[in-house]
Design a protein around this ligand. Structure first.
Ligand code: AHR
Length: 518
């Protein structure tokens, strides 16, 4: 009996010690950045956008037509172009998405009043008048100062149709498509570079098996010719999420015949049933979304490992050309239009994802958030003549400093954000050095309750000035509306100090911070 009593006491003492030890050794948040050993460039194309004929992305979002009372240049909204120019979007993907594999480009050229209508079977079954087609899209890209990324139709189109589209776009010679383009008012070729050969060929793009699609890619891509010294960057339809077999088969059978292999990953609760509200969520749902968003790191790592096996020189880029949050549509809106609000939670997803994409810039050469206006995790929402910028827009604004900068290797030790016995890392970070030698550090703190102190050691450089910008709000579901468009927007950040050649950052709960060091 005495022995048993002693044992119980010992166990209690042991657990007390463990608890005390645990409290005293609470993990520190430390960030070590090696400013003199960066070797990979964060392609600006990682900050790309996606625009599909879906809901009010094109019609109402970009395109209002020349006769609209909404201020426009040749039918394209001025306010939207101005806002997007500010965040320096490097490329714009079009016309889909699922829409791309049912789009026949010749229906969208020539006099607008003579263009046939079409039914958008993928998205709401609405009739479109094809008033926004090839010329309008390339005019939009020119107004934005961005590179076009066009996806051709493999699912329901022919090899000839795709080959002729490339010829129409890029050939300067004397041939039927070049002549047709000139007859439609465009003398010079556009020299489009980024070319998608189908979209989601495992699903809405034809429900193909990877072996079949690999052969289709080889066949279609053969006839997508290079004109005037403009080499197409051909992007194959790649895996969804963790479909590693798709990557394996594509790398084995197509390999370096493609320049890029796309990856689609959405941060979504699940594909059946409700996806949850974009604005009304509890902490469990918030935690779940952040946890799912972090998964993209593992996905890229594993797909990259397969690619490394076949392409150690990393000639084929991983192109994450659809990513972002996917929630239920806003009540009362067309379920086929995928119109969702955008909160501080989305901003955190954007900040975390961009930090992760930067960290894989040796393999990830481009990414496109879905989608730019009025669809899923948008930059911009419009309602007739009204427009508002989302929290995600502000993240792209803050992070634009990373575009084409050199990634700086870093080691991050972070506390966890814990809920109901589950843990995820609270902090993510990314650092880069731009062409002027200025260092930028982007940090996210997903913990909604705790401000965290991060001690940053920056090796291999001198600095004496620090400034910062922050995006945060009182509530996780803070969002901008047409009536209150400035509820959440970036502000100056004063929580970073230089002390003994180190930087100490007091990173507020649920925030995104970008620091500039000179
Ligand atoms: O972005 C919405 C849709 O999601 C795209 O059309 C498709 O490619 C993906 O399934």
């Amino acid at each position: 009996m005495k022995k048993k009593f002693l044992m119980i006491n010992l166990v209690i003492v042991f657990f007390c010690c463990l608890l005390t030890f645990g409290q005293n050794t609470r993990t520190e948040n430390t960030l070590v950045i090696n400013a003199d050993s960066g070797k990979n460039i964060i392609s600006r194309h990682i900050y790309g956008q996606f625009s599909e004929h879906l809901g009010h992305c094109i019609y109402g979002g970009f395109w209002v037509g020349e006769n609209s009372p909404i201020p426009n240049v040749r039918g394209i909204r001025k306010d939207v172009v101005e806002a997007l120019k500010h965040i320096q979007i490097p490329n714009l993907r079009w016309p889909g998405g699922c829409f791309a594999d049912e789009y026949h480009w010749k229906d969208g050229i020539g006099p607008r009043d003579k263009r046939p209508t079409m039914v958008n079977t993928n998205w709401g079954g609405v009739t479109e008048d094809n008033s926004f087609g090839t010329h309008e899209f390339l005019d939009l890209c020119q107004q934005l100062g961005t590179e076009p990324y066009i996806t051709g139709n493999v699912g329901s189109g022919t090899v000839q149709e795709m080959a002729e589209w490339v010829e129409y776009l890029n050939s300067d010679g004397q041939n039927p498509m070049s002549d047709l383009r000139k007859a439609n008012g465009r003398e010079q070729p556009w020299n489009v570079k980024f070319w998608g050969v189908g979209n989601e060929s495992w699903g809405c793009g034809g429900n193909m098996r990877p072996e079949f699609y690999a052969d289709q890619f080889r066949r279609y891509a053969t006839y997508c010719r290079n004109y005037n010294g403009n080499s197409l960057f051909k992007i194959a339809s790649g895996p969804s999420s963790d479909d590693y077999n798709w990557t394996e088969v594509m790398m084995k059978n197509v390999g370096t015949r493609m320049n890029g292999l796309s990856l689609h990953y959405y941060t979504v609760k699940g594909w059946s049933g409700s996806k949850g509200s974009a604005t009304k969520f509890n902490e469990d749902e918030y935690f779940d979304i952040i946890k799912r968003c972090l998964v993209i790191d593992e996905l890229i790592t594993k797909h990259s490992a397969i690619m490394d096996k076949y392409d150690p020189a990393k000639r084929v880029g991983l192109i994450v050309d659809e990513w972002g949050t996917w929630f239920d549509v806003e009540p009362g809106t067309n379920p086929g239009f995928l119109f969702q609000q955008n909160t501080l939670r989305d901003a955190l997803v954007a900040g975390i994802t961009l930090n992760i994409l930067n960290s894989h810039c040796d393999r990830v050469k481009m990414a496109n958030i879905a989608q730019v206006i009025n669809v899923l995790q948008s930059m911009i929402l419009t309602d007739g003549p009204k427009m508002c910028l989302t929290p995600t827009y502000h993240v792209f604004d803050l992070y634009k400093v990373h575009q084409d900068a050199t990634l700086l290797p870093l080691t991050l030790q972070t506390e966890n954000y814990e809920l109901n016995g589950q843990k995820i890392p609270a902090i993510t970070a990314s650092a880069s050095k731009d062409k002027e030698g200025v260092i930028h550090i982007s940090l996210t703190n997903a913990d909604p309750h705790r401000d965290l102190t991060v001690n940053c050691k920056i090796n291999g450089t001198d600095f004496s000035e620090i400034s910062g910008r922050i995006l945060t709000a009182q509530e996780l579901n803070a969002h901008n509306t047409f009536d209150k468009p400035q509820t959440i927007q970036p502000a100056d950040f004063k929580g970073a100090k230089i002390a003994h050649h180190q930087v100490v950052v007091k990173l507020p709960a649920k925030s995104i911070v970008v620091l500039t060091l000179k």
